[in-house]
Ligand binder design. Structure first.
Ligand code: TZP
Ligand code: MG
Length: 230
């Protein structure tokens, strides 16, 4: 990855627009508060809105992320990322293939891929993914159609395989069930001696919080503190 693409993955916010998580709050206000609390990268993930609404919301989100000098990625939708001119996309195993995404978005875009196994992780690294969303860490109500719950042990194996195959420089964020009660355990237990996680991806612990700014800053504080059981 070129140096110009240095990205801080440490506190990676994934949005959710469903009433169960967002309630009747304004997504842009929640994301802005989370940015004030220290979120370092944002993924706009919205599985239900039509293309016009996706583009209009993504444009609003992009103006707040730009203000905070934080990248905005779009889940699944290359077309939306291109329309908005944001920094990249996140794609799953069943979405557009990586080479096509890279061709459409160009070398400077940040492209992340979900990986649930060593095979998926290494394939995405070989394709040239900038980072991997590794998971699902723990079962979560936010996404029930997850392929596999891999826990800290599965995550550690993926990190070790990445480093062993020369992909230690590819970013990694863990996703699924990560909140203030689990974040320290995730970072500590999933760390492989040759590669540790670059960050954690969070949906409900920030998007559903009554105080997203406080929740984000608490998560960052916990990430910087050693777990109490060490
Ligand atoms: N992919 C795997 S788990 C997940 C996604 C998008 C949702 C994680 O949500 P939460 O609320 O942080 O557990
Ligand atoms: Mg997807």
């Amino acid at each position: 990855m070129p140096d110009t693409k240095k990205v801080d993955y440490s506190l990676y916010l994934v949005t959710d627009s469903t009433p169960a998580i967002l309630g009747d709050k304004d997504i842009v206000k929640v994301v802005e508060a989370a940015l004030q609390g220290g979120v370092t990268i944002v993924q706009y993930r919205d599985k239900t809105s039509d293309t016009g609404d996706l583009i209009s919301t993504a444009k609003k989100l992009h103006s707040v992320t730009q203000k905070h000098r934080v990248p905005l990625l779009i889940n699944d939708r290359i077309d939306v990322a291109l329309a908005v001119g944001c920094e990249g996309v996140h794609i799953g195993q069943d979405d557009i293939d990586f080479p096509t995404a890279r061709k459409l978005l160009g070398p400077d875009a940040i492209i992340g891929v979900t990986a649930s196994s060593i095979e998926e992780a290494l394939a995405a690294c070989k394709d040239g993914a900038d980072y991997l969303g590794v998971g699902t860490m723990f079962a979560t109500a936010t996404k029930t159609n997850t392929k596999g719950i891999i826990g800290t042990a599965g995550t550690k194996e993926i990190l070790g395989a990445m480093a062993a195959n020369g992909f230690g420089n590819v970013g990694t964020v863990s996703i699924g069930g990560i909140n203030a009660s689990t974040v320290q355990r995730v970072l500590y237990q999933a760390a492989h001696p040759t590669k540790h996680l670059d960050g954690v991806a969070i949906v409900s612990a920030i998007m559903a919080s009554p105080d997203p700014k406080k929740s984000a800053s608490e998560l960052l504080y916990l990430m910087d503190s050693p777990p109490p059981f060490v």
